[in-house]
Design a protein around this ligand. Structure first.
Ligand code: NAI
Length: 468
């Protein structure tokens, strides 16, 4: 049996499902092939969403455990019911998965449950989850197969004692000692979850800084805040091997630049050293679809591979490996296939670490601007001077806005502080419209709100912040 489609999307994550829905909205006949048995991809099933559910629950626990007293709320010592916390997380995931299934029905996207393989530029063969095979004929094929955990040689993931982010979202008890390998986004988010729930957490990072790629000053301040919260950082070190036994894991750790090895023990080890594109089993080599030197599917500005009619989006291609970037790719591609214009500016994709306080960033860092020889001004405003942050007892951090002195355009913004992930949206919009710091500064912001810190930072770029 074979069906004809305008587009067959392989992968039902944020890149794939959003592309499928947008294309269907534009009148195209679309099928989306997904082998997980649930839509939403890594992000919804074993990534962004379950981690945010646990981040929120563990934040509430920490508030109750350590900070209620400050607000004049007296309670008995709170306790964690981990099974219940995990069940709530699973419910959040499940309801979102059902939401996408509903959207597929609403938009008449055909959902094909199985593993897709591209057998020609117009055919996708699906090994159906229920058994059997189906071939889908497609005018256009979209690879949206995402990414997988980058393995660390010598440290084999068993998802029990040595876990990836997937296993770290499913632990059945709070480990006494958790070692996180990698001080990137996953390491800091999940390290924070388990620290709040009672683990003693050490984060081992190869580089001599956390959050590589983010603004240096932002990363330094963030590290200070997290260290104060109780995360122990071992920077400039690498893990070269792991031995698991019943009692726990023994890690061999060395200075990154060479030196004496030491042994670090842990009950659980989380490997969070990055992700790599996942394109296995798609038949790409047989077809001759080109990959780049990092294993990503090579695409042109229209998301097209070297084979006409085969496209790719999201984590499987170049650009930041983020769910919202994948969604933007998916929408732009769907619109282009439907004959409209589409474009995604990877220079204006915000990045957020959903800890407390949150960390958010968009555009250029100070290091990048210096490297590029751009003359820029800095406007910085601390949350200690924001009335709302004071009322919330959440005054750690700052907003930093960077403006190009020549063009007077905002070229970057870096925030660590309460709700940073929401505050950054205003600056992303400003940058999309080529706004200056003065444009943000002259925009009326509600008082008392955290967003006033963004306005004040923009004013500070002109040397005229009022509350500092
Ligand atoms: P990452 O790239 O953010 O961080 C990995 C860290 O591991 C880096 O600091 C790197 O220097 C370090 N590292 C690499 N090899 C090492 C070694 N052998 N020993 C010690 N440290 C080592 O990767 P992460 O945290 O695994 O996240 C994967 C992807 O998922 C990223 O692209 C991230 O942006 C995305 N993600 C995004 C989230 C968000 O937007 N909130 C949440 C979680 C993941």
């Amino acid at each position: 049996m074979s069906e004809n489609y305008d587009i067959v999307v392989i992968g039902g994550g944020p890149g794939g499902y959003v592309c499928a829905i947008r294309a269907a909205q534009l009148g195209l006949k679309v099928a989306c092939v997904e082998k997980r048995g649930a839509l939403g991809g890594t992000c919804l099933n074993v990534g962004c969403i379950p981690s945010k559910a646990l981040l929120h629950s563990s934040h509430l626990f920490e508030e109750a455990d350590k900070h209620f007293d400050t607000h004049g709320i007296e309670i008995n010592t709170p306790k964690v019911n981990l099974a219940k916390m995990m069940a709530r997380k699973d419910k959040v995931v499940d309801s979102n998965v059902k939401g996408i299934e509903f959207l597929f029905k609403k938009n008449k996207v055909t959902y094909v449950k199985g593993a897709g393989e591209i057998v020609s530029a117009t055919e996708v063969k699906v090994a159906l989850l229920d058994g059997g095979e189906e071939t889908l004929n497609a005018k256009n094929i979209v690879i949206a197969t995402g990414s997988e955990v980058t393995p660390l040689p010598g440290v084999e993931i068993d998802e029990k004692q040595i876990v990836s982010s997937t296993g770290a979202l499913e632990l059945s008890s709070v480990p006494r000692k958790l070692v996180v390998i990698g001080a990137g986004v996953i390491g800091l988010e999940l390290g924070s979850v388990w620290r709040r729930l009672g683990s003693d957490v050490t984060v081992i990072e190869y580089l001599d800084r956390i959050l590589p790629g983010m603004d240096g000053e932002l990363a330094k301040q963030t590290q200070r805040i997290f260290a104060k919260q109780g995360l122990d950082f071992k920077l400039g070190h690498k893990v070269t091997g792991a031995k698991t036994a019943k009692g726990g894991v023994k890690l061999s750790v060395e200075p990154s630049k060479g030196g004496d090895a030491e042994e670090i023990k842990a009950d659980v080890v989380l490997v969070a050293i990055g992700r790599r594109p996942f394109v296995t089993g798609l038949g790409l080599d047989k077809l001759g679809v080109e990959l780049d030197d990092r294993g990503r599917v090579k695409t042109d500005e229209y998301f097209q591979t070297n084979i006409q009619g085969i496209f790719a989006v999201g984590d499987a291609i170049a650009g930041p490996m983020l769910a919202h970037k994948a969604e933007e790719d998916g929408v732009a591609l769907a619109e282009m296939i439907a004959g409209e214009a589409g474009h995604v500016d990877y220079g204006k994709v915000p990045g957020v670490v959903y800890t407390w306080p949150e960390v958010a960033s968009v555009g250029k860092t100070e290091e990048q601007l210096k490297d590029e020889g751009v003359d820029y001004s800095v406007g910085k405003f601390p949350f200690t001077a924001n009335a709302r942050a004071k009322a919330m007892e959440s005054t750690e951090g700052f907003v930093k806005i960077l403006e190009d002195k020549k063009t007077h355009r905002v070229v970057g913004c870096h925030i660590v502080g309460p709700a940073a992930g929401d505050l950054i949206a205003e600056v992303v919009l400003a940058m999309e419209y080529g706004a200056s710091a003065e444009d943000i500064a002259r925009t009326c912001h509600a008082h008392p709100a955290l967003g006033e810190s963004v306005k004040e930072a923009a004013m500070a770029a002109d040397g005229r912040a009022i509350h500092m």
